[in-house]
Design a protein around this ligand. Sequence first.
Ligand SMILES: [Zn+2]
Length: 151
Amino acid sequence: MIRSKSLTQILKVTRKKSRVLDVEIGRLDDLEKQSKGLREITEMKAKGLKEITEIIEGLRRTQEDSKREDYYEGKYYPSYKYVERIEEDEIVTTEDFKPGMMHSCPDCGSETPVIRYYYQEYDSPEEDIWVTKALAICCDKIYELKKFVRN
Ligand SMILES: [Zn+2]
C-alpha cells in the first residue's frame, strides 16, 4: 500500500530538519569562536616564549659580543644585561654579567633577576630613538618594571 503524504506534512518535516541544522550551525559557530580564542591564546603564548628566549639568549650574546673591540652596544640589536639598581632616570647594570637586583614574581613569589634591555629602536638622520627597559621574567611572563625612551 502506498501511503500518501500531504505537502503540509512534507513541509513540517523539512522545517524540523532545517531547525536541527540551524542548531548544528550554531554549534559550529560556537566551536569556531572557541577555537579562534584558543588560537589567539596559543599564539600569544608562543610569542611570549619567543620573547623570553630572545632575552635569555640576548644576555649570553651581549656578554660574548661586548668583548669585541668594535662592539657598539644596542646599536644593531638589543643589548641585555643584569640590573644592579633602578634609579630615577637610569637603569644601572652589573658589569660582571652576574645577577644583581631581584624581582619578586606576583604569581609564584619567586625572586628572579632584573634584566636591562637597551636598543636603538629607531635610526634616522633626523632622530634616533633609544629605548631602555628594566624587565623581569617568571611564570612565562615578562614584567616591564621601568622604561625610558631617549633621543
Ligand atoms: Zn613566577
